[in-house]
Design a protein around this ligand. Structure first.
Ligand code: ADP
Length: 503
């Protein structure tokens, strides 16, 4: 273990748009706190910089206070003041930036989805770097995430390094290549980037149209580029890269896939305070009690404790295989199981479609659709379910299959991206029995999903002892951040050593 302040203890600053549980939309939030905590445990000084959103869960921040300094940052040709708040989230020091800008960039009652998102996050990226620069911190690694903070990489090397703020090396993680942040080239100038210098095919110009692409810029400008699983890292070098495959090939030497972990403190059935009864792999009675409690809470039939309950917790977006999720609901009804979906959609026609399905089943006591975001309920569903569906069309890493396993819910997933790196088919005799932990299918069609579900249901109903062992095995798998954080630590150390050598 490295000690802070020693040569091996690094100073790492994450600049991100989300962090669990204070500002969470999806898996990115879990990664920031999970990876941050694991690196802190290894002896590094980890700090997080977030926007100060009006809608964030302030009750999840301890010692929140505003600092006595104002940080000025550049935007659209002028300087703006930023109030800087500090606080602790999950034991990690966090800086929250509150722009004193008339457009109230982070006072919108939602995290994303505003017409001026490109402005909001280019503003934030610039202000975050300014905060680090003005504080005089000697940071070793600045780790930015997704398009919202991808601006950091070109800003750092084209502006701040020239000011002598150059001790750090930049790591960029792309959590999903579907979202790349494109805009007309001139919009780059808002945060002070040089449009002429960057609007070139080998820098930030998109590979297929005339706009600029911020994720491409971060790939070109960062010292380290990662994505969130080894299989996805392979997939994005071909069609999965959504136009960035050639850029990734050119920069392949600094690009790798590291499987995300999960925060095993937050996701721990033996201490989880949201659960009716806490339990562990040696006490599955507790799991059964949670199933009974959820059935009661959701008004589901409870006559047969061993009727299998299938869970699904997801953003309802095309990536997640919404037509397959819909199929899984009907299939479960057909083969005598129960289904609970917790999901919400930013896409109006998908939300509407699922509202229709929810209505259709509202008097059916085996199917329940809850079309909202609800963290507390998500814990109860992981604990109550026997199986968990993740039929994604593509999945950079996916956390829900890992969380499900930790709660003893056996995953049924499509073999893609991080699902392929974490779920191994129970019936596949080509892989060692000890790693087989769920049910998988390859083709993104109803047949493939149906047959995986049927195999899972058969095992559950016909071989309860085998199923129980599978559940216990899944609950004991180590999905903690420890291993993945060591991989990040290793690449950070190498980059920091190169930086020291260069200095
Ligand atoms: P993505 O980041 O693509 O949304 P991940 O599987 O990486 O998917 O992470 C999803 C995270 O968000 C998990 O922690 C999951 O429990 C949570 N989540 C997704 N939808 C909901 C919801 N409707 N309510 C509560 N939590 C949700």
């Amino acid at each position: 273990m490295a000690l802070p302040g020693t040569s091996s203890g690094l100073h790492i600053a994450h600049i991100a748009a989300e962090m669990a549980p204070v500002a969470k939309v999806g898996g990115l939030a879990d990664v920031i706190s999970g990876l941050g905590k694991a690196l802190q445990k290894k002896g590094h000084l980890v700090e997080i910089i977030l926007p100060k959103y009006d809608c964030m869960q302030v009750d999840q921040v301890s010692n929140l206070k505003v600092l006595d300094v104002l940080v000025q940052s550049f935007f659209e040709g002028k300087m703006f003041n930023n109030k800087i708040w500090t606080g602790t989230v999950e034991g990690l020091p966090v800086y929250f930036i509150e722009p004193q800008h008339p457009a109230n960039y982070f006072w919108r009652a939602q995290y994303y989805g505003e017409n001026d998102d490109f402005k909001r996050f280019s503003y934030f990226s610039r202000a975050a770097l300014e905060l680090l620069y003005q504080s005089g911190k000697k940071v070793d690694i600045i780790h930015c995430h997704d398009w919202q903070t991808a601006f950091v990489a070109p800003l750092y090397w084209d502006i701040y390094a020239n000011l002598g703020f150059n001790s750090a090396r930049i790591c960029f993680t792309c959590h999903n290549f579907e979202y790349q942040g494109t805009a007309p080239a001139r919009d780059l100038a808002w945060c002070g980037l040089d449009v002429e210098h960057l609007d070139r095919p080998d820098r930030m110009r998109d590979n297929s149209h005339g706009r600029i692409n911020v994720v491409k810029g971060a790939i070109v400008y960062s010292n380290i580029v990662t994505t969130v699983s080894p299989t996805y890292a392979l997939e994005v070098r071909s069609e999965g890269g959504r136009g960035l495959q050639d850029t990734l090939k050119v920069h392949s030497r600094k690009f790798l896939g590291i499987l995300n972990g999960i925060d095993t403190d937050t996701w721990n059935p033996s201490t989880d305070r949201y659960l009716k009864v806490q339990y562990n792999a040696n006490d599955l009675q507790g799991k059964a009690a949670n199933k009974a409690a959820l059935r009661k809470q959701l008004n589901l039939a409870s006559a047969y404790p061993s009727q299998p309950l299938v869970g699904c917790i997801t953003r309802l977006v095309p990536q997640k295989g919404v037509h397959l999720i819909r199929h899984a609901i009907y299939k479960t009804a057909e083969i005598g199981g129960q289904f609970v979906l917790l999901g919400s959609s930013p896409v109006p026609h998908i939300q509407k479609e699922f509202e229709g399905i929810a209505d259709y089943f509202q008097n059916n006591n085996n199917i329940r659709l809850l079309l909202k975001y609800d963290d507390a309920l998500s814990h109860c569903i992981y604990a109550a379910s026997d199986m968990f569906i993740v039929p994604s069309i593509f999945e950079p890493c996916g956390l829900t299959q890992m969380i499900a396993m930790r709660y003893g819910s056996v995953p049924i997933v499509r073999k893609t991206g991080g699902l392929n790196d974490s779920v191994f088919d129970f019936d596949d005799e080509t892989i060692p029995m000890e790693v087989r932990n769920g049910f998988t299918f390859v083709k993104a069609d109803e047949q493939g999903l149906s047959s995986a579900m049927e195999r899972a249901f058969n095992c559950y109903t016909r071989k309860p002892e085998v199923w129980k062992q599978l559940v216990q095995k899944d609950m004991r798998i180590d999905f903690s951040w420890d291993t993945s954080a060591s991989q990040y630590e290793d690449i950070y150390q190498k980059a920091a050593a190169r930086a020291r050598a260069a200095a």
